[in-house]
Structure formats: C-alpha cells, structure tokens
Ligand binder design. Structure first.
Ligand SMILES: [Fe+2]
Length: 197
C-alpha cells in the first residue's frame, strides 16, 4: 500500500506542474505538501483514523481541479480520480471508499462535516487550515488581476468564512488556527469594534 500511495502522490505532483493549471507554480509546495503535513500530524492525535485513507484523500482531493478547474465539480471528474487510482493499482474496495469519502468532503455546504468519518474531518480541516498560512490568499490577488480590489477582498472573505464554518471541524485545528483566521479576516476589512479598550 505504501508504494501505491507514494505513486499516487508522485502522479498528482506531476499533473500539478502542468502549465495549463492556473495554480501550477505553487500548488504542490504551498498547498498539497502542507495539507499532507497537517493531516499526518492529526493522524497521530486521532489514532483511530486510517492513515492510508487520509493520505490518499489528501492527494486526490484537488485532482479534479488540477485536471480542469472549470469542470472540477462535475460528476465525470470524480471518474477521472477513479481512473487514476485504478491505473495505479489500488484495490477496488479502497478506491470506492476514497471516492465515497471524497464526495462527503465535497458536500460540505449541504452535509455537516462534524458527523463525517474521522478521515474526512482530518482531510477537510487540514485543507482549510492550510489556506491560512503561506501565500494562499495573496496569490489570489496575483492570479486575478482583472478583478477590482473590493471584488478580490470580498472573494477572499467569502472563502475564509466558508472554510472556517464548513470545513474546519476538528477542535485542535480550530484552536491552533483561530488567531490566524481572525488575522486573515482583518485583511478583508473585517475589523473588531474597538482596538484600544
Ligand atoms: Fe485543497
């Protein structure tokens, strides 16, 4: 299994470097590797979590976006993830489990991830927390020069709120990243009522 997982990681990294992918210059170093790091650390806390499932979820969760950002939410894109895992040689039951969990992960706006399997909670919380460090939100400004400043600020604020309210479900992650979340919200002009009292 270790070999298959490393193969999955290598294949996703390779695809992420495709210049047609808008985030190709930074996605591996400033997103995926950090999501992996957070998720593996959380597996040491949540020992009941299946580490192989978490690792696979981390590396497959943005695969649709990497292949075609404009179609990332289409059902067909889920099949592309299945094809990749089949090509690598993962057992069918494992692939079915990953895709089932990926669908829960992706349904965050309609499904309460607080009641999701622990592996989904770890992957989802790590994904959202990773956005709060590194250049993730600044890169959005750089990648969208056609938007006005108010539009850029509003988009980042919407993402910050959605991530925090729907995706960061583990208490350890909320505690460790709360101050970073507040700091980032201030970057979108969400100011406290008072600063000096
Ligand atoms: Fe992600």
């Amino acid at each position: 299994m270790e070999k298959l997982l490393q193969n999955l990681k290598a294949k996703v990294i390779e695809k992420s470097k495709n210049p047609d992918f808008i985030h190709h210059a930074w996605f591996v170093d400033f997103h995926l590797l950090f999501v992996e790091k957070l998720a593996m650390e959380l597996c040491d806390i949540y020992k009941e979590a299946d580490k192989d499932i978490v690792f696979a979820l981390v590396w497959i969760h943005d695969y649709a976006k990497i292949l075609d950002k404009s179609r990332e939410h289409e059902a067909e894109m889920l099949e592309r993830s299945r094809e990749l895992m089949m090509e690598i040689g993962f057992p069918v039951e494992f692939i079915n489990k990953i895709l089932e969990y990926l669908e829960i992960f992706e349904s965050k706006m309609t499904v309460d991830l607080n009641i999701a399997p622990i592996e989904v909670k770890i992957a989802s919380s790590s994904d959202a927390a990773s956005h709060l460090v590194g250049p993730f939100y600044s890169i959005y400004f750089w990648e969208n020069p056609g938007k006005t400043v108010p539009e850029l600020v509003q988009s980042n604020r919407n993402k910050l709120i959605k991530d925090w309210n729907r995706k960061v479900v583990l208490p350890e992650v909320r505690k460790a990243f709360e101050s970073k979340h507040s700091f980032m919200m201030e970057q979108t002009a969400d100011f406290p009522d008072k600063y000096f009292s």
